[in-house]
Ligand binder design. Structure first.
Ligand SMILES: NC(=O)c1ccc[n+]([C@@H]2O[C@H](COP(=O)([O-])OP(=O)(O)OC[C@H]3O[C@@H](n4cnc5c(N)ncnc54)[C@H](OP(=O)(O)O)[C@@H]3O)[C@@H](O)[C@H]2O)c1
Length: 256
């Protein structure tokens, strides 16, 4: 099986749920990255205790404060990451942070729509813009042919709930702000893939499945361990033929 050879990886929302599990499995994998930048809103707070414990045992894990809904925080995070990389590039940006609210067409309001867009769509857009020079640097440094997550990639953690074609299958949960903001994230992924292809950066949206986390609840189908094992086995097989698509945790394509 192909292995992920990314030297530097950055994740958002990595203090709990799928983000934290990604950090744990990247650290415990066969080829741990030289740098894992685990970002979260409050690295000093009680909800980042597990992440701090991991960082105390793994010198390649760097905690960075980052609220993806705050453009100035994104710029500050780039400076910290750039300093640590000391001239090297960033291979893999995983936009994982996300929010979900049980809003229906009757109850949703402009504040909730804007809140969801800021975190789920605008945040990933600004993250990619800000980290683009470091991603381009990684693409230039690589001798690999084609596109890959080991070379340079943007992975947007999306959801099947952002698929317009699949909406009727799960519309018993309307979650309007979540669906619309994730559909926007899917469109963003396609636009990023078409734009960044020529600079050697792969762009893919991944659906992790319905996962037992605070967001997914304990009723969900998959444990975070199973979902993340799947996601991490999909990353190394991604190539230019997948760029600009939405795939699930098993690598199966989901229609837009
Ligand atoms: N769980 C599922 O069934 C499922 C299904 C499909 C897709 N997904 C997607 O998978 C991703 C992770 O979901 P999850 O289940 O792990 O959710 P979760 O358990 O609710 O965790 C969400 C994470 O995002 C962070 N976050 C939220 N807003 C943020 C912001 N403005 N800036 C930085 N971090 C922020 C949270 O940090 P705080 O602790 O600071 O709040 C937390 O670390 C999301 O994008 C979600 O849409 C999940």
């Amino acid at each position: 099986m192909a292995a992920l050879r990314a030297r530097a990886v950055l994740l958002t929302g990595s203090n709990r749920g799928i983000g934290l599990e990604l950090v744990k499995q990247l650290l415990g994998g066969p080829r741990p990255p030289a740098w894992i930048f685990a970002t979260c809103r409050d690295p000093e707070g009680p909800r980042a205790q597990e992440l701090r414990d991991l960082a105390s045992r793994h010198p390649n894990l760097v905690l960075v404060k980052l609220d993806v809904a705050d453009p100035s925080a994104i710029i500050s995070a780039v400076k910290i990451v750039e300093g640590k990389l000391n001239g090297a590039g960033l291979n893999l940006l995983i936009n994982n942070a996300g929010i979900y609210a049980p809003a229906t067409l009757d109850t949703v309001d402009s504040e909730e729509m804007i809140r969801a867009y800021k975190t789920n769509a605008v945040g990933p857009l600004l993250m990619a813009q800000a980290f683009l020079p470091l991603l381009k640097k990684a693409a230039r440094e690589s001798t690999d042919k084609g596109l890959s997550c080991s070379k340079a990639a943007i992975i947007n953690i999306s959801t099947i709930m952002g698929s317009i074609e699949k909406t009727s299958e799960s519309f018993f949960k309307p979650v309007i702000s979540y669906r619309c903001s994730k559909a926007a994230l899917n469109m963003l992924t396609k636009c990023q893939a078409l734009t960044y292809e020529e600079t050697g950066i792969l762009c893919v949206a991944l659906h992790p499945g319905w996962v037992k986390t605070d967001m997914g609840t304990q009723e969900a189908d998959l444990t975070a361990d199973t979902s993340v094992r799947g996601l991490l086995s999909v990353l190394p097989i991604l190539s230019e033929k997948h760029s600009g698509s939405l795939l699930n945790w098993e690598g199966k394509a989901i229609p837009w």
